[in-house]
Ligand binder design. Structure first.
Ligand code: IPM
Ligand code: MN
Length: 354
């Protein structure tokens, strides 16, 4: 048996993970994967129940699991909660606790959806890239000070720092990812200003010789943000630090028409975690309108990376593509001439197409 810990989280988290588990169960029937599920709380929901966003029991269950399927956390309801107990701490705690050092965020623009992109169809048709974001270092996890008085003024600070081993680990994974794709790697930094970026660039350069079959280039993050809007097809694999990766992956995701479609894999030292890249959308929670496809495609990544079940992963991806090609849409990607369905109903269409 393979144990999957499901963490619905907050807001639409429950509906979208429900949809993804339905799809996994259907795929399990076809491919005999022997999956079993265990649901745990995290985020604001866990804070309300236990007074903490990431109960120790949830983290322990994740450590013992073969993989974790995560929905989303957060919501305006917890805006007033202190920084240490905010729902977002749950995902940051899981990243640190499971050593989820690499976040893979693929962006593939499907033909059926080129018109949904904010960019011109001819710019985005055929875009197929993946952002490899470092996930447990950098400014997200550096020392910080919420408030201090210096020279008579209140200030706050966050420390950005990267070590050579941290950069090497993510860079190797990015080179290997590029090798299995079109053999092109773009490393993104701000080496014209930041010391951490200069160390990043030196370290990436040093590994170049070991991956001579991969074409490597470097871009500054501001230029990369612009290039994603003017010529996204130039990219195959992008590797970058935690903060730049956070920003660039949202930008890249929206090129595909809707952030609701985008999956991610967070690769850990042992257990890995899979989650859509969108948030908990509390405004539409419980209304059966959320797009489950980002989570369903995350479940496909789970099968690929944690269970090495490539054909089952492909079956899910193909079923999602066919559902879209057949004209079925959730509200976020609806356009005239297509059929608008709810979360449950579109999940059904995907299952029919497995
Ligand atoms: C993401 C999210 C998180 C991040 C938040 C919820 C802490 O935006 O997964 O990209 O900033 O990493
Ligand atoms: Mn983000």
């Amino acid at each position: 048996m393979k144990k999957i810990v499901v963490i619905p989280g907050d807001g639409i988290g429950r509906e979208i993970t429900d949809g993804a588990v339905e799809v996994l169960k259907a795929v399990d029937k076809k491919f005999s994967l022997g999956l079993e599920y265990e649901t745990h709380d995290a985020g604001g929901t866990a804070y309300d129940k236990y007074g903490e966003p990431l109960p120790a029991s949830t983290l322990e269950a994740c450590k013992k699991a073969d993989a974790v399927l995560f929905g989303a956390v957060g919501g305006t309801k917890w805006d007033g909660v202190d920084a240490a107990h905010r729902p977002e701490r749950a995902i940051l705690g899981l990243r640190k606790g499971l050593g989820l050092y690499a976040n893979l965020r693929p962006v593939k623009v499907l033909d059926a959806l080129t018109d949904n992109s904010p960019l011109k169809a001819e710019l985005v048709g055929g875009v197929d890239l993946v952002i490899v974001r470092e996930l447990v270092g950098g400014i997200y996890f550096g020392d910080r000070c919420e408030s201090e008085i210096k020279d008579g003024a209140e200030r706050a600070w966050d420390l950005e720092n990267y070590s050579v081993p941290e950069v090497e680990r993510i860079t190797r994974l990015a080179f290997e990812t590029a090798r299995l794709r079109r053999g092109k790697l773009t490393s993104v930094d701000k080496a014209n200003v930041l010391a951490t970026s200069r160390l990043w660039r030196r370290t990436v350069e040093r590994l170049r010789a070991e991956y001579a079959d991969v074409a490597l280039n470097h871009l500054y993050v501001d230029n990369c943000a612009m290039q994603l809007a003017v010529n996204p097809k130039q990219f195959d694999v992008i590797v970058t630090g935690n903060l730049f990766g956070d920003i660039l992956s949202d930008e890249a995701a929206v090129i595909g028409g809707s952030i609701g479609l985008m999956p991610s894999a967070s690769i850990g030292e042992q257990t890995s975690l899979y989650e859509p890249i969108h948030g908990s959308a509390p405004d539409i929670a419980g209304l059966n309108v959320a797009n489950p496809m980002g989570t369903i495609l995350s479940a496909a990544m789970l099968l690929r990376y944690s269970l090495r079940a490539e054909s089952a992963a492909r079956a899910i991806e193909a079923a999602v593509e066919r559902t879209l090609a057949d004209g079925y849409r959730t509200a976020d990607i609806y356009s005239e001439g297509t059929v608008k369905l709810g979360t449950v109903e579109i999940t059904g269409k995907i299952i029919e197409r497995l």
